[in-house]
Design a protein around this ligand. Sequence first.
Ligand SMILES: CC(C)(COP(=O)(O)OP(=O)(O)OC[C@H]1O[C@@H](n2cnc3c(N)ncnc32)[C@H](O)[C@@H]1OP(=O)(O)O)[C@@H](O)C(=O)NCCC(=O)NCCS
Length: 383
Amino acid sequence: MSPSAFSLSPAPLEGHRFGMKVFRGTLETLDGKALRAFLLDQEADLAIIRTPGDGQTVATQFERAGFPFLHADVLVYYEMDLTTFEPKSLRNPGLEFVLCGKSLQPELSKLVETIFSGYRNHYNANPFLPADRILEGFQEWAVEYGSGEVPDRCAWLVRRDGQWVAFATCSEAGNTCEGVLYGVHPDHAGGGLYSDLIRFTQAHYKAKGLSTMKVSTQIHNLAVQKVWSREGFTLSQCLHTWHVNSMLTYTQRPVVEQEFLVDDAAIQAYGQASGDFNPIHFDDGAAMKLGLPGRIAHGLLATGWISKVLGMEFPGPGTLFQGYRYLFLAPMFPSHTYHLRLSTLHVDRRGAWKCLGKITDQDGTTVLLAYLDLMLRASAAQD
Ligand SMILES: CC(C)(COP(=O)(O)OP(=O)(O)OC[C@H]1O[C@@H](n2cnc3c(N)ncnc32)[C@H](O)[C@@H]1OP(=O)(O)O)[C@@H](O)C(=O)NCCC(=O)NCCS
């Protein structure tokens, strides 16, 4: 499969929100090698991928792609047939459902902020994504439904005794409508308001002539699934959400760049130090018999070079190596010059750093990606 045939799409909203190059898509099957080629070709920072099924087969394929990845959540979808459904009366008297337009968008935004400040979704699983930006994303997303200007999307605010107590955002496509994001103000939870949001929107779309309604949430959100089951929905689909943190362009600090010549002396010295005298590193004939164009350098020479930069220059003395994940993508040859780009992916308050060392050859082909976990002792952390 060529990289361009891979069906992940750019996600500019998330890209803008997190300052990253983000791609998204739902994939029925996954080929780890094709995913790797696509992300390298696009220089992607983050791929958010949804997959159906048990998740076990695709986990192997994510491992095969080689990049750091995480299983971010399980999404469950519920559906109901509106054509046979008998609308139920609301549990709470005195509720006023107001269709949201531009003037009410600030109220909608405030409700979303209050209700979802502690809510965890797939973005929260990813340590590279800051929590405040995730909440802002929820707000932007919901508020867009309340503009009154996007066809087939709408939002209702619910008022009781002069107070805004809940909201519902919905969309429709063809004969199907979706309850996208609903919420109840925590001061008013536990009184059946959420059930009433469901009942109101079911009745609205049935009256409009739509035939199917669907809703979805993270599997841990038991409260809403209890309501859905009671209000006539049945479980219809389950999707796993995965994040691939390839982080090929993103950096939190200025990148460090260097050139490095792989010479015979370095190959000889590495052979002496490690005892690795594999003929592919020392004998052109032996290497060519294995289909290589000639002898190649030890891949770990490059990682030694990265280690030198980390310990001596950036972040500098006091840096401790904690762990790594290497992707050796192409061989390095003697007498060739290589380029290192060292980016900083994450720094936490306790001095734990995540960096990426990317080594390319003179044609710009990536030969090595080194995802590095570092710990900085106080002196280096202060620099
Ligand atoms: C979860 C939430 C929707 C509940 O609102 P609510 O108005 O209290 O809901 P209701 O009273 O209609 O019903 C909730 C039911 O779930 C139950 N429930 C609440 N928390 C629960 C939990 N952790 N596990 C299982 N059941 C739970 C309640 O007891 C109630 O059942 P009951 O009527 O048999 O007592 C509300 O707190 C909320 O807005 N949460 C955050 C937003 C969210 O999760 N939105 C949905 C994503 S689309």
